[in-house]
Design a protein around this ligand. Structure first.
Ligand code: ARG
Length: 590
């Protein structure tokens, strides 16, 4: 179904046309002065410039044409030329009824079957997940869910960092520690053991040790680079070790992402792009795009309009090795071949922006991606600590994701059990705390515009008051609790249709609910989950104001009471849909 704002815009546009003016002028927006009106249109101001007329006269003229409109209760021309409008309750009510009857709450799904890939997560195999990967996972998952809700065929790809120097470092360190392992016997031609020569925790210790050593020991570093090269060129023993690392590490990653309520359709990695590199490079050379410059192979990607110079995109280093850009380009080749996506969205730290500018331009220029395929970079800012510096552990180290999550879980559990008025078993309380803690982390992140840095403030994020995940959860639990009590007191399963709003708070709540589909649509178009957060915060506020003004369960008028219960169920559905898109779940009690 159409969005409310579009329906109102149509109506006002018609009035502009009837007044002999351009219909385009009739664009309606939600009022930013809710004390004065609910909707407004500033078209008369633009019209005044265009037609050299008095703006107030235009506004008056248009307002007159809207006096009998079924959409509006009132339309008022205000100096110097605004149109202030209040919606007609019956119109609003009909709109909401239709929305409530729709299984998808009136979302107009995209029907052209577009495929959109989201490249997010981007963890590096064998290195522990740290909070730098948290934002990508949270934002990417939300973007993917939004797109799915809007009817697109969404494919999430974790795009593992599984082909780089870290692999050579681990192999080299392992060789130093256990040189007799069969993997290092060049003459061995038999099968390799199924069991890995290390456990997950050993692996987690080996990588940092090797990484530290490579910074001090030139020879070690050279050996690691050589091992990486050999791995990338199919050395059997190294490939077998690599497979062990992958199996152990990916199982751990999956567990971690599951805890975050994040899941991927594809578990591909940089290594999967490897076979595409050779033919891609050949073609780029043959087509004359790639040329040699100081020994390296590059593609020029600068454009005349660039304010800042964009350096050439490096395809191969002078020693013939592939780079991060090469892998990303080859991954595009692979994706086009396998899925022919209409769009690829990369959810990556904004500090990698230049890399993606180069990759996108090179991909378009060399034709490895069709002109029509949209390549989008959704760059996110840094998650900082209260000191304004990138978030660290109390000891000053890199914060591991598992640790962060368990810290927030503990804090949430503590807060919840402080208030022992709700009867929850310890197990229930723990499970609930986990759910609410996840909402604290995710909402704390998603409520900020992705590109901005933000401060991870555990006290603020876990608070039940203010613009937080727990506040949203609390509001939903409150609605669930009223609905439960209603049923326990012998309430009806089917409480019938929505009623006309009784008071200002109810009307405000209804108006907010009616904004759901436009909000979802805009949020996806702008790849902006923070718009959904802003929406549910307002919605939760509207609900709570309504709740404080209205005695729902003790209402004696059965029709009124039923209408309110219907409204509550409806509000809960809208909230559920929004938090589902944000990748959260609300508990039954808290
Ligand atoms: N593994 C990379 C990192 O940790 C992120 C990968 C982002 N995605 C991509 N296609 N480059 O920085």
């Amino acid at each position: 179904m159409k969005n409310l704002i579009d329906l109102l815009t149509e109506e006002v546009s018609k009035a502009f046309e009837e007044a002999g003016l351009d219909a385009e002028l009739g664009r309606v927006g939600v009022s930013n002065r809710p004390d004065l009106c609910e909707f407004q249109c500033n078209g008369a101001m633009a019209g005044a410039k265009k037609y050299h007329k008095n703006p107030f006269e235009i506004a008056e003229n248009v307002a007159a044409k809207l006096q009998d409109s079924k959409c509006f209760e009132s339309v008022e021309a205000v100096r110097p030329g605004f149109l202030n409008m209040k919606i007609a309750p019956a119109f609003l009510n009909d709109f909401l009824k239709e929305m409530n009857e729709s299984e998808v709450l009136g979302i107009e799904k995209n029907t052209d079957n577009k495929t959109i890939m989201v490249d997010y997560g981007g963890p590096n195999v064998a290195k522990p997940l740290h909070i730098g990967h948290l934002r990508s996972a949270i934002i990417g998952e939300s973007v993917k869910r939004m797109g799915r809700l809007m009817g697109y065929n969404m494919i999430g790809d974790v795009h593992l960092g599984d082909w780089g120097l870290q692999m050579g470092l681990i192999i080299t360190e392992l060789k130093n520690r256990k040189p007799d392992l069969v993997y290092f016997d060049e003459s061995y031609t038999g099968d390799y053991p199924e069991e890995a020569p290390f456990t997950l925790s050993e692996l987690e210790e080996i990588y940092p040790a090797a990484s530290a050593k490579s910074k001090e020991d030139e020879a070690f570093k050279a050996a690691a680079m050589d091992a990486t090269f050999k791995l990338q060129n199919g050395n059997r023993g190294y490939t077998a070790i690599w497979k062990h690392i992958m199996r152990i590490s990916v199982a751990d990653l999956k567990k971690n992402y599951e805890n975050l309520n994040v899941s991927f359709e594809l578990w591909k990695g940089e290594s999967d792009a490897d076979p595409y590199i050779g033919p891609m490079v050949e073609k780029m050379k043959k087509d004359g795009f790639a040329y040699e410059s100081q020994g390296a192979l590059v593609v020029d990607v600068n454009e005349e309009t660039d304010a800042k110079e964009v350096p050439p995109c490096m395809i191969l280093k002078s020693d013939g090795a592939a780079l991060y850009t090469t892998t990303d380009l080859a991954t595009i080749v692979e994706r086009v071949e396998d899925y022919d996506p209409d769009q690829i969205i990369y959810v990556v730290d904004k500090r990698q922006q230049l890399h993606f500018v180069q990759v996108f331009r090179a991909a378009k220029k060399t034709g490895i991606v069709p002109e029509s395929t949209k390549l989008s970079f959704l760059g996110f800012g840094t998650m900082n600590g209260k000191d304004g510096k990138p978030f660290k552990t109390r000891e000053g180290g890199v914060m591991r994701l598992e640790r962060l999550i368990s810290d927030v879980n503990d804090e949430m559990y503590r807060k919840m059990t402080e208030n022992d008025s709700i009867a929850l078993t310890e197990e229930e309380a723990k499970a609930t705390a986990r759910m609410v803690a996840l909402s604290a982390i995710k909402y704390g992140d998603l409520s900020n515009q992705a590109s901005k840095d933000y401060v991870f403030d555990i006290d603020k994020f876990t608070s039940f008051e203010g613009n937080t995940g727990p506040y949203i959860m609390y509001t939903m639990v409150r609605i669930k609790s009223i609905l439960r009590k209603y049923m326990e007191a012998g309430g009806k399963e089917d409480t019938g249709a929505l009623q006309m709003p009784e008071n200002a708070e109810e009307r405000a709540l209804m108006l907010r609910l009616a904004e759901y589909n436009a909000t979802m649509k805009n949020a996806f178009e702008e790849l902006a989950p923070h718009r959904i957060c802003a929406y549910i915060y307002e919605l939760a506020n509207c609900f709570n104001r309504f709740y404080h003004e209205t005695k729902i369960l003790s209402e004696e008028d059965e029709t009124k009471k039923c209408g309110w219960i219907t409204l509550l169920k409806f509000a809960l559905r809208v909230l559920e849909s929004c938090i589902e898109v944000l990748g959260m779940e609300a508990p039954e009690k808290m």
